[in-house]
Structure formats: C-alpha cells, structure tokens
Design a protein around this ligand. Structure first.
Ligand code: ZN
Length: 256
C-alpha cells in the first residue's frame, strides 16, 4: 500500500491510496484535476472515493471524478447519506470494508460535523477535519464533549499510528499551542521543525499519535498548564475536562 498526498485548493489535502497492483482510492477529493493529474502521470485509474465528511472542500471533486472514471465505489458513513448524494456504499461506526484484501475500519467521530468519520488500516488513519497537526477542527455541528471524545478515540490508537489530516494548519496551531503551554518544550521544538519544513514548501502531514499527545493542546486537556489557560479564559476553575476543551477551542477560534 502506497499513500500519496495531493495538495488541493488553498490548504486542503486529499490522499491517494494505491495498492501494489495499481488500484487507486482517493480520500476527500476537494477538486478533481489534481487527482486526475496525479493518477494519469502514473497511468492509473480510480476505483474508490472515501469521504470523511460532507463539507464541500472535501467532496467538491467527486462529480468530475465519476465523469472521468465511471464505475467508482463512493464510500462513507451511513449517517452522511443525505448530505453526500454520491455515496454508493455506506458503513456504521466499527464496520469494515475490503480494499484489495485490506480491512479498512470506519470510526464515527462527531464534533466538526455530526456525521464525520475516519478510515483506518494498518497503522494509518485518515481523519478529515477532526484532528489537525497540533489542533482540531472547528465545532460546526458538534459539542465540545463530542469532539473531546472523538479525539480521545484517536489518541487511544497505537502511538506510531500515522494520522492524515485535511488541512495544513500546523504552523498556526503550534503558535496557539505555545500560548496555551508556554513551558512545553515539545511544542517549541516542533514549531521550529515545522517552520523549517514550511519554509521549504514541505508538508506536515502525516503526523503521529505520539507527536500529537506531546504537542496538541486538544489532546492535553488534563494537563495543569492547559487547565490553567482555560481557567484564565473562564475567569474561574473549569468544572471538568469538557469545559477545559470548550474554553481552548473558543480561544483558538479567535486566534490567527
Ligand atoms: Zn470540514
């Protein structure tokens, strides 16, 4: 299995998943042309589209890809059927489907949207806009409690798991993380590394569970420094971890 990152739109990522014998699936095609270009350079045809959630910058390329390649499996969450018309194959949380002999698991991760999912197999997980490098998606449809729970499910995976996210927001997320936890050296170290990568035009995806556990404030809501940041925002002690989560998500919304 070979994974290729495709840059789309302004800061979106789509991902190609290629089998040994050249079958291609694409995760979250924002737009069709970069996907078609990458596939035609390799003389490959598209067999499947995996959809993490219904936002247009993740499904905008589907119609043109179906025009180009015809018979393509369009795979997503059962609950997203109404929002993504093109879905031809849907699954519930915990169900698996076969992708060329590999079992791909579907994980329902509400928070950014009500019906968002991740796809995982063999040490890789594609999370859409649920988790970003050192951050998480905005709560457009879900609650802080839902998003906290969804992120905890990702955090519970093997630490070496590669996490493929939907947008390049890592740099600004790390600057925010540094405000939340000024004494966290893992954050300042990663900020320095990511600045070097971005200066060279390189990408910060995928990340890993281990790296996020050390540097992502949304996975660290039980840390004293993060609780103190939330308390300062709230003007009182947070009642529980969900309030901590909500307070830092609010703070991130107005940070740029
Ligand atoms: Zn989204």
């Amino acid at each position: 299995m070979h994974i290729i990152t495709i840059e789309c739109l302004y800061d979106n990522y789509s991902y190609l998943i290629l089998t040994e014998d050249g079958k291609a699936a694409v995760v979250d095609p924002s737009e069709a042309w970069p996907v078609i270009k990458t596939l035609s350079e390799r003389n490959l045809s598209l067999r499947a589209i995996w959809c993490t959630h219904h936002h247009h910058d993740h499904i905008g390329g589907i119609a043109d890809l179906l025009d180009e390649y015809g018979d393509v499996r369009v795979i997503g969450f059962a609950g997203a059927r109404a929002a993504i018309n093109a879905l031809s194959e849907v699954y519930e949380d915990g169900q698996q489907f076969d992708w060329d002999g590999i079992a791909v698991a579907v994980m329902h991760l509400p928070g950014h949207t009500e019906t968002g999912i991740a796809f995982s197999f063999a040490g890789h997980i594609f999370v859409g806009d649920t988790l970003f490098g050192a951050g998480c998606g905005r709560l457009f449809e879900g609650t802080p409690a839902q998003m906290d729970n969804s992120l905890q499910r990702i955090a519970a995976l093997d630490e070496q798991t590669n996490i493929y996210f939907g947008h390049e927001y890592t740099m600004v997320n790390l600057r925010f993380a540094g405000q939340v936890e000024p004494a966290n050296e893992a954050i300042s170290h990663r900020l320095h590394e990511v600045a070097g990568l971005r200066d060279k035009g390189l990408l910060t995806t995928p990340t890993t569970v281990a790296l996020e556990l050390r540097t992502n404030p949304f996975l660290r809501v039980d840390q004293p420094a993060v609780i103190a940041f939330a308390a300062h925002r709230l003007g009182r002690q947070p009642r529980d971890r969900v309030e901590v989560f909500g307070a830092i998500r609010e703070a991130r919304n107005s940070f740029s």
